[in-house]
Design a protein around this ligand. Structure first.
Ligand code: ADE
Length: 224
């Protein structure tokens, strides 16, 4: 899978791409992530990529021309399954969207900045708008990194243990059950006996029951 990220802060994203599961996926040849610095597509010698809003108001707006130039260049090289704009007013990100996106061949992620992009970018080029939560960050770079991580770890072969993405929270609409490792007893806080029993059926049943219980409590607390 190839992911092209368009950003005004490529340096911010660079270290993430070089130190995470995303790096491992690239090293294994399972994902190719390309960062594009929007300023490289600016029209003038000052590398301007934003301007004042028509109609007045605080905050700069990202201009259509540099974005269009970058997207058109990429589209001339390959076909894209989706052109995604990261924005707080987009579709709230859920696991099922990540599952779907991880099956695609090529996507573009556009990270917004300032007051956002000229509406015509959204009207003409963007095919999907995604929010990572009901709060506003100062740019789309961290949301783009979140999206990238969430997608890439689902590509078969990226995670060491093939089944581990399938047992994540939110796959099956169930949260993952509690997990424990050594020591068996930490200052009197003990690992549940069933996990030490070696009885695989009893362990599977316990995990399922814990997952259901945790999900029920979580829903009643956070999903109104
Ligand atoms: N850009 C700024 N805030 C954002 C959010 N919550 N989700 C996606 N993109 C954003």
């Amino acid at each position: 899978m190839r992911i092209d990220i368009i950003t005004v802060l490529p340096e911010l994203m660079e270290s993430f791409m070089q130190h995470s599961i995303v790096k491992r996926a690239q090293d294994k040849g399972l994902a190719e992530i390309k960062l594009h610095s929007l300023r490289d597509y600016a029209n003038d010698k000052y590398k301007t990529i934003d301007d004042y809003q028509y109609g007045g108001g605080a905050g700069m707006v990202m201009m259509i021309e540099p974005i269009a130039k970058c997207i058109n260049q990429l589209k001339s090289e390959r076909q894209y399954d989706e052109i995604i704009y990261m924005t707080p007013d987009g579709e709230p990100l859920e696991q099922k969207t990540l599952n779907m996106l991880s099956t695609y061949n090529n996507i573009i992620i556009l990270a917004g900045h300032y007051k956002g992009v000229d509406q015509r970018v959204r009207d003409i080029f963007v095919t999907k708008e995604i929010s990572i939560g009901d709060y506003v960050l100062s740019g789309g770079e961290l949301p783009a990194a979140v999206l990238c991580d969430g997608i890439v770890r689902l590509i078969p072969g990226v995670l060491g243990d093939e089944t581990s993405a399938l047992t994540d929270s939110f796959q099956d609409d169930l949260l993952a059950p509690p997990v424990y490792t050594r020591p068996e007893d930490y200052q009197g806080y003990k690992v549940p006996d069933v996990l030490l029993s070696g009885n695989h059926k009893a362990i599977a049943e316990w995990r399922h029951q814990q997952a259901e219980e945790k999900t029920r409590k979580w829903k009643s607390k956070f999903k109104k």
